[in-house]
Design a binder for this molecule. Structure first.
Ligand SMILES: [Zn+2]
Length: 458
C-alpha cells in the first residue's frame, strides 16, 4: 500500500472540529456552514401548538463526509436539546454561539454517509439578520393563529440544525402535527397521513433558508400548470375573496416563465398568502414575500402580479440555481427576479411599456454620482437597489448587447448547465460567451464591478 498525504492525515483522529469547520467559505457570512460534510436529506418531524407557540422537533440529517470526521459542527441556535443520536446511537454534544458540535462517537471516513438526529423543543423566535433593515425581523414569524418560517439568507438554523448555506442543498421531508382545524404547509408535495398530521416530500434539493413550514387556518386552491404540474395554493380562511383572483393567475405565470427559462424545476408549485393580521407585526412578512422552494410565502400586502412572477422566477434563479457566495451572486438572483417583472410588463402591455419602465429606472440611476455596481455586496446591502435595480439593468443591458434570441438562449443555457447547483458571475460569462461567440468578460466586468456609469447599447 502506498499512502498519500491526505490518507495519512485522514488516519489521525481529529479530537475537535478541523480548520474547515470555521465556515463554508462565504465572506458575507463567515461563520455559516461547514465544508466537512454534505447534507443530502433533512427529515423534520415537528409538533407545533399555535396557542402556546411551543415547537417539539425531531430532525434527522443524512449527510456524506467530505473528509474523515470524528465530530461535526452544525448551525443551530436556541431550543432545549434533549438528545442527539448518530446512526441511532446517543452522542455527546456541546454548543457555542450558533454552532452545535456533535461528537460522532466513531470515525467516519470520507465519502461515507451518516445520520445525525436531534431531539429538541422550545419556543422559536424571530431574529435580526444583518442582511435585513434594523427592526425587520425574520425567521420563525408568529402571528395570530399561526406561524411562517421565512429565513433568507442566514436564519434556517434558528428552527432546525443544518448546514445553513446554499452551497449545501438537500431534499426534505416533513411530518407536522398540529391541533384540530389547523393546516400545516411545507415545501413539496403533500402525502397521505393520519388526522392532524401533514406530510410533505420535496424530492429536489433546496437551500436550507428556502425550507419553510407554515401553520394557520387556510383554505386550499388546487390548479394545474404546464405538463400537469400540480399547483396548490393556500389562502387565509375568511379572506379568500381579497386574494383569489390574483392567485388564480399563477398557472399562466408558470407557463410564461417556462417559455422564457425552460422547464419548471420542481415537482409542484403553489403560493401561501398569510392572513391580514401578520401585517401588524414588524417583521419581514407584512408587505414582503419570500421564494421558499416550490411554495413561496406572501405577506398579505404583497400579493400582486409582479410579486407573484418575481417569486416564481426565483424558483429557477436562486432556488434551482443558487448563489455560490451571497455577496458576489445576489445581483443575478434578485436582478433577474426584478427583471422578470419587466418581462411580464412587456408581455401584458407591449415593448413600449417595457421601454418606458427601463427608461424611468435608468433616469433615476444615471442621476446618481456613480453606477450602483452590484458585483460585490456586503451583508448590509445584499437586498438593496444594487441587487434589485442595478441587477435588473444588467439583464436589460445584456439583452441589448446580445439581441433577443441569444439573450433568452443564455438564460436557458445558464439554468440548464447549473441545474440544482450553484453559480457565479464566471458562469454567466461562460454561458453568454459560448452562446454569442464573443468574449463577454469585459461586458460583465464593466457592469458588475466598475464605478463608471456604463452605457446601454441602444
Ligand atoms: Zn427576490
Amino acid at each position: 500500500m502506498r499512502c498519500t498525504l491526505a490518507c495519512l492525515l485522514s488516519a489521525i483522529v481529529v479530537p475537535f472540529v478541523n480548520a474547515q469547520d470555521l465556515g463554508i467559505g462565504d465572506a458575507t457570512f463567515p461563520a455559516l456552514g461547514t465544508k466537512s460534510f454534505n447534507a443530502t436529506h433533512y427529515r423534520l418531524k415537528l409538533q407545533y401548538d399555535p396557542a402556546s407557540h411551543l415547537l417539539k422537533s425531531d430532525v434527522a440529517m443524512t449527510a456524506t463526509a467530505n473528509t474523515a470526521l470524528s465530530a461535526i459542527n452544525l448551525d443551530f441556535k436556541g431550543f432545549q436539546i434533549s438528545k442527539i443520536t448518530v446512526d441511532g446511537i446517543p452522542a455527546t454534544y456541546s454548543r457555542k454561539s450558533s454552532k452545535l458540535k456533535v461528537n460522532l462517537g466513531k470515525r467516519i471516513s470520507a465519502n461515507h454517509s451518516f445520520e445525525v438526529e436531534t431531539f429538541y423543543s422550545g419556543k422559536p423566535t424571530t431574529e435580526q439578520s444583518p442582511a435585513l433593515p434594523t427592526g425587520m425581523k425574520s425567521g420563525w414569524i408568529t402571528f395570530e393563529g399561526g406561524v411562517a418560517a421565512v429565513c433568507e439568507p442566514d436564519l434556517a438554523h434558528t428552527w432546525f440544525p443544518s448546514n445553513d448555506h446554499p452551497l449545501d442543498k438537500a431534499t426534505f421531508s416533513f411530518e407536522i402535527r398540529v391541533p384540530a382545524n389547523f393546516v400545516a404547509i411545507a415545501n413539496g408535495i403533500r402525502k397521505p397521513s393520519a388526522d392532524r398530521v401533514f406530510r410533505y416530500e420535496l424530492d429536489k434539493p433546496s437551500s436550507t433558508c428556502m425550507a419553510t413550514v407554515i401553520v394557520g387556518r387556510f383554505s386550499k386552491l388546487s390548479q394545474v400548470g404546464p405538463n400537469n404540474l400540480p399547483i396548490v395554493s393556500y389562502l387565509p380562511s375568511g379572506q379568500e375573496p381579497q386574494f383569489q383572483d390574483e392567485v388564480k393567475k399563477v398557472p399562466e405565470y408558470v407557463k410564461f416563465l417556462t417559455k422564457k427559462l425552460g422547464p419548471y424545476p420542481y415537482s409542484s408549485f403553489g403560493v401561501v398568502v398569510l392572513p391580514k393580521s401578520v401585517a401588524q407585526v414588524n417583521t419581514l412578512m407584512g408587505s414582503s414575500a419570500l421564494e421558499t422552494t416550490a411554495i413561496p410565502v406572501f405577506g398579505p400586502d404583497s400579493v400582486s402580479s409582479s410579486t407573484l412572477v418575481h417569486e416564481l422566477a426565483h424558483q429557477w434563479m436562486g432556488n434551482c440555481v443558487s448563489v455560490r457566495n451571497w455577496g458576489d451572486d445576489i445581483w443575478w438572483v434578485e436582478g433577474f427576479a426584478q427583471y422578470s417583472e419587466w418581462l411580464l410588463l412587456e408581455k401584458d402591455q407591449g415593448r413600449e411599456a417595457y421601454n418606458r419602465q427601463v427608461k424611468a429606472v435608468m433616469d433615476q440611476v444615471t442621476s446618481l454620482p456613480r453606477w450602483l455596481k452590484p458585483g460585490h455586496l456586503t451583508a448590509e446591502n445584499l437586498f438593496s437597489e444594487r441587487s434589485y435595480i442595478a441587477g435588473a439593468i444588467v439583464f436589460h443591458a445584456l439583452r441589448q448587447e446580445l439581441g433577443d434570441e441569444k439573450f433568452f438562449q443564455t438564460l436557458k443555457g445558464f439554468i440548464a448547465k447549473n441545474r440544482f447547483g450553484n453559480a457565479s458571475a464566471k458562469d454567466w460569462i461562460e454561458t453568454a460567451s459560448s452562446v454569442s461567440g464573443q468574449n463577454m468578460k469585459p461586458f460583465f466586468d464593466t457592469w458588475l464591478y466598475s464605478d463608471t456609469m456604463p452605457k446601454i447599447r441602444p
